[in-house]
Design a protein around this ligand. Structure first.
Ligand code: CAA
Length: 408
């Protein structure tokens, strides 16, 4: 219910919807086929003043919140999930600077991202460290006033489209996750190569690449915060960014349901529209209800982050896990409602299902979100009870009743 949103968020919604209708829908299918980057959409987003809105005003942004970001991402994702993430990943890439950078670093890196002149990406995952982000192996060694980076990153979204990369490296391998540091790297730096592009099931217009660092030297001033603060920086970043993935999922789900309702209202079988069958009515009713619940969770998590309320980790994870599971369910059901046509690329619907799948995986697989939520609940229980063993109240055991012999 957009009327309940602040005026500013409603304004972002309208402008993003306009970009989605005029710049995203016309190219979504073609970019899915070619894998080309949506540069024309980035241009349209710049014209609509929507790039980098989450960046504080003093660094060239609009000082908008995570709620506004989620609203733009949802609108874009209704039309194309790939384009939704190509936009949202700039927030994921720049939050580490907002969260952990000095004023000078913010002055240097944020304004070009805020204007959309440069794109930015987030380099945390590696081949052998995905969910277990703390075990990453990319190494950065201090050498005078430089860091020398060696290692490889995996699953870098916006890989070859970005100009700046937030790269998490180990500066003290003996300290595990406490030895991780966040370092900014610019495209074109000697020793930094963009590697293989992954062939993906969905979000095909977004280039996802490996990154390779071979004695890549960057100025020591590119270190965000202090050495060893990188893991915390990554976690705080993901807390802010996960509602964006959830918003992408809500957009995909809503976009797919809108198509399914339209298709089933036009499709005639047994002398009536497929939508008029009660089985279809009940199905769309349940799906629409789930989407609305997911949207409210996303908005609540985003507003809690914007309000600076502590302990938003759990709510970001809940929004992500719920909305992305809803997206997978809704898009799969939408394909089913299209029948055979749903399985065929002539229609837009199968793309929604392919695009939705990744939302359950990236920025922390849903299993990890459940772990985060579970740990938060355990901590809350520990606070309430004073120790970590959760007490379970149960009824006193009933006295064993005498067994009645069979046939008695
Ligand atoms: N905020 C701040 N600090 C946090 C935190 C949070 N939300 N969560 C954990 N920490 C801190 C802890 O307090 C702890 O601090 P100390 O060292 O002072 O004790 C430290 O981090 C380690 O915490 P844990 O023991 O909980 O860490 P863990 O090793 O058990 O891992 C995890 C926790 C939640 C599983 C984490 O590793 C995680 O989130 N994994 C998933 C990573 C992920 O989302 N990757 C996706 C990358 S982006 C992508 O997909 C590609 C793309 O481009 C879109």
């Amino acid at each position: 219910m957009k009327e309940l949103l602040p005026k500013q968020a409603q304004d972002y919604m309208e402008r993003a919807r306009h970009v989605a209708d005029t710049a995203v829908r016309p190219v979504a299918a073609e970019l899915d086929r070619t894998g080309d980057y949506p540069w024309s959409v980035i241009e349209a987003l710049r014209e609509a003043d929507l790039m980098g809105i989450w960046i504080p005003e003093e660094y060239g942004g609009k000082g908008a919140g995570v709620l506004d970001l989620c609203i733009v991402v949802e609108e874009l994702s209704k039309a194309c999930g790939g384009i939704g993430v190509s936009y949202a990943v700039n927030a994921l890439g720049s939050f580490p600077i907002i969260v952990g950078g000095t004023d000078d670093q913010k002055q240097k890196w944020l304004p070009p991202v805020a204007s959309g002149e440069k794109l930015i990406a987030f380099g945390l995952s590696e081949k052998a460290s995905g969910s277990d982000a703390g075990s990453l192996r990319t190494r950065a060694e201090r050498d005078g006033d430089e860091y020398v980076i060696n290692g490889n990153k995996k699953w870098n979204t916006n890989g070859n489209a970005a100009s700046f990369y937030t790269v998490y490296c180990s500066t003290r391998p003996d300290r595990g996750h406490r030895g991780i540091s966040a370092i900014m790297v610019e495209k074109g730096t000697s020793g930094f190569e963009i590697g293989k592009r992954e062939k993906l099931m969905g979000i095909r217009c977004v280039p996802v690449h490996e990154l390779h660092f071979d004695n890549c030297r960057v100025p020591a001033e590119n270190l965000l915060g202090n050495e060893g603060q990188g893991f915390g920086n990554a976690m705080k970043t993901l807390d802010r960014a996960r509602p964006g993935v959830a918003a992408q999922a809500v957009g995909l789900a809503q976009g797919a349901l809108d198509w399914a309702v339209r298709y089933t209202s036009e499709r005639q079988q047994f002398g009536q529209s497929v939508l008029s069958f009660q089985a279809t009515q009940f199905k769309v009713a349940d799906l629409a209800t789930e989407i609305e619940a997911a949207r409210q969770m996303v908005w609540t998590a985003a507003r809690a982050i914007d309000a600076g309320i502590g302990n938003t980790t759990k709510f970001a994870a809940m929004a992500k896990v719920f909305a992305t599971d809803v997206a997978m369910r809704v898009t799969t059901e939408a394909v089913q409602m299209f029948g055979g046509y749903g399985y065929c690329t002539d229609y837009p619907i199968e793309k929604y299902m392919r695009d939705a799948k990744i939302t359950q995986i990236y920025e922390g697989a849903n299993e990890i979100q459940r772990l985060v939520i579970g740990r938060a609940l355990t901590k809350e229980a520990a606070k309430a009870t004073g120790h970590l063993d959760v007490k379970v109240e149960h009824f006193e055991e009933e006295e064993a009743s005498e067994e009645v012999p069979v046939g008695a």
